[in-house]
Design a protein around this ligand. Structure first.
Ligand SMILES: CCCCCCCCCCC/C=C/C(=O)SCCNC(=O)CCNC(=O)[C@H](O)C(C)(C)COP(=O)(O)OP(=O)(O)OC[C@H]1O[C@@H](n2cnc3c(N)ncnc32)[C@H](O)[C@@H]1OP(=O)(O)O
Length: 358
């Protein structure tokens, strides 16, 4: 469904009625999408170096590349709708006001003992994350941030946690390359933002190997419990791409720059025990007892007073948030360029030609 002019005007009106400041990142996103929807791609000169606000706005608008006006309009309407809890009640009902998580078989959301569980459910494809799944996970996190659960858990169904980005995302979409990459960068940015902004304790149960973006966002989790069958692999350079999920910032902080470089630049695959020794994983359990032990732990933790846990998380995380959003924006900008590179195109072709799918 494409948002109409009326939907867009409605959303612009709703923004004017916001009761609370939605924060700088949200305001930048709104600004950029508004400009793109009304004026198209940014073609104004870059503001001078000390005009910080002007530059931030220019960067946000420019990052949308050649995103079509209609898509920007739709994204603006969707984004305003995701801000609804802070809108005034007299703002009128926008078309997407009650949008909830779409029915999805690949991302399953369940609830257990005050814990919301988001399960990647594509075991036949090793839980590779499709374009749709990025959007579903973003919506699932938004919903979990507002539901009455105390903790949110992420896990995978089958023998993999996740093989990362579904490499057919690069070939399965329509439209011009520029448009597709601009949309993809925005989708990725929103996806990672939803981890950065997640307000409650977020725990990963890494039930098996994890690859690419499934590894990098772990730096944004509050605890990572792993089966001893899990491995952690970020083969970015061999795919001709660059780190995302804020890992270019979180990994050097967590494990030190040398170990981070081995993973993120040289693509070294590490075991669960190595990841634990390096601080990426909180604790490793034998595979046979992993579910039982991890769930016993989570069920006990979920009985803690929820507000105290939430505020505790805020204290631990909120000071670095601005930086994380800036890192995310920059990583997405760089990736958008890398997707067009010969190195990246060749690497994806090699993967699928080895599978006999080209
Ligand atoms: C324009 C871009 C749009 C992007 C959308 C926005 C967001 C972008 C985010 C970009 C940043 C993300 C970066 C990453 O995550 S990089 C890491 C990407 N992942 C990989 O490189 C892993 C690729 N897969 C493998 O190497 C192997 O499949 C694996 C080691 C995981 C398992 O090997 P095994 O031999 O045990 O199993 P199979 O290879 O036979 O796999 C079973 C089937 O699953 C399919 N599969 C597995 N992983 C993927 C994948 N990542 N993408 C697509 N398909 C995958 C595999 O092809 C098999 O399918 P068939 O049974 O049909 O043959």
């Amino acid at each position: 469904m494409v948002a109409s002019e009326k939907d867009f005007e409605n959303a612009v009106h709703q923004v004017k009625l916001l009761k609370e400041d939605p924060g700088n990142d949200a305001k930048l996103k709104l600004y950029a999408l508004y400009k793109q929807a009304t004026e198209g791609p940014c073609n104004v000169p870059k503001p001078r170096v000390f005009d910080f606000l002007g530059r931030a706005k220019w960067d946000a608008w420019t990052a949308l590349g050649s995103l079509p006006k209609e898509t920007a309009r739709q994204n603006y309407v969707d984004f305003v709708s995701s801000l609804r809890p802070s809108l005034t009640s007299s703002s009128g009902e926008g078309p997407a006001a009650h949008r909830s998580l779409p029915e999805s078989e690949d991302v399953v959301v369940t609830s257990k003992d005050s814990i919301t569980v988001i399960t990647l459910n594509r075991p036949a494809k090793k839980n590779a994350i499709t374009y749709q799944m990025y959007q579903d996970i973003t919506l699932a996190l938004k919903a979990a941030s507002k539901d009455n659960s105390t903790i949110t858990v992420f896990t995978g169904n089958g023998n993999y946690y996740s093989s990362g980005n579904d490499l057919s995302n690069f070939s399965n979409r329509s439209g011009s390359l520029q448009q597709m990459y601009a949309e993809s960068a925005l989708t990725l940015r929103n996806f990672v933002d939803s981890f950065i902004d997640f307000p409650k304790p977020l725990v990963a149960l890494v039930n098996g190997p994890a690859v690419g973006i499934a590894v990098t966002v772990l730096g944004l989790f509050d605890a990572v419990y792993a089966s001893d069958r899990a491995t952690f692999h970020t083969p970015f350079s061999s795919l001709g791409i660059t780190p995302e999920g804020c890992s270019s910032y979180t990994f050097p902080k967590i494990m030190g720059p040398a170990k981070a470089a081995e993973m993120l630049i040289f693509g070294k695959k590490i075991t669960a025990r190595e990841a634990c020794a390096q601080g990426l994983v909180t604790e490793v359990f034998p595979h046979n007892t992993f579910q039982k032990e991890a769930w016993a732990r989570l069920t006990a933790y979920a009985k803690n007073p929820p507000k105290a846990m939430r505020i505790g998380k805020q204290l631990l995380r909120s000071f670095g948030k601005e930086t994380l959003h800036a890192v995310n924006a920059e990583e997405c900008r760089v990736l958008q360029e890398r997707w067009l590179s010969e190195e990246c195109v060749n690497a994806i072709q090699t993967f699928f030609s080895k599978k006999g799918k080209l």
